[in-house]
Write a protein that binds this ligand. Sequence first.
Ligand code: NAD
Length: 301
Amino acid sequence: MTRIGFIGVGTMGLPMAKNLLKKGFAVTAFDANPEAVTAAAAAGMAAAASAAECVATADIVITMLPSSPNVESVYTGDGGVLAAARRGTLCVDMSTIDPAVSRRVAAAGKERGVRFIDAPVSGGVPRATDGTLAIMVGGEAADVQEALPALQAMGANVIHVGPVGSGEVAKLCNNLIAGVVGVAVSEAFRIAEGFGVDPKIVTEVISKSSGNTWVMEHMHPVPGLVAKAASSHEYRPGFMTDLMCKDLGLAVDAARALRVPVFVAPAAQQVYRLASSHGLGRKDCTSVYAFLKPSAAEAPV
Ligand code: NAD
């Protein structure tokens, strides 16, 4: 039986690790938040008291952490994965982070005889729960092949994009689009609402027109139109505003380094940033719709 050490059993990590259990993998879990470890133990996973303990006997290490600094410190910090894992261990980072960090961690791993691939995901909590995530992978073909059974336990579409870091590149491109579209859909429905037009009918029209988008279909920002959407559950994440802000920041930083002109991604990032600074950072990112409400009727136009 393949032994998995899973670090980061939060919003996404927990349902993903549960699917590994379901498919017969032995999972040991660790998280900096003790409540998350308790939830993992309640689901049948072995609980570890540290990252080092979590990976000590693992065949495959999986990490699902918020951002680049978390990943770098969990792998290369004191008592980190690279120091504690056995030589030859395969590490799969499924967080959304800077591709340059994936490459740095992979290089540090190589020096210690530990293999590393990046495998960020798309699909959110519903598809993490159903085990139908899209997973975009960067790494050596043999390592990707070895990780495949575990990845297929969590995802329906596993795509090998290229060398290490390439999965993250694909993910940044996807979230640039999804983040910008999230703001555009919110703006459009605020206008429809202002005219007093039924948002349900507007949704039906757009779903058959050129503005149709996965974001509206699955993550509709207007409450009550899509039962599974976070908006219908008081914007409980889902995908937090702060994480969307981080992902657009990764895209903007990459564009700057590559000298690619970008206009709409930075604008969308600032909308999410403002929503966060107004208390919506840990709500689902579609709460940007709640933030984009009209100003007072007496305001001049
Ligand atoms: P989350 O904050 O709910 O979960 C992350 C977990 O990592 C938390 O439980 C946290 O306590 C733990 N953690 C943080 N630092 C740690 C450390 N040093 N050691 C051990 N544990 C640590 O976030 P999430 O929504 O599960 O997202 C995780 C990653 O997946 C992010 O990179 C995000 O961008 C990406 N992602 C999220 C979604 C989504 O819909 N939520 C979808 C696709 C991708």
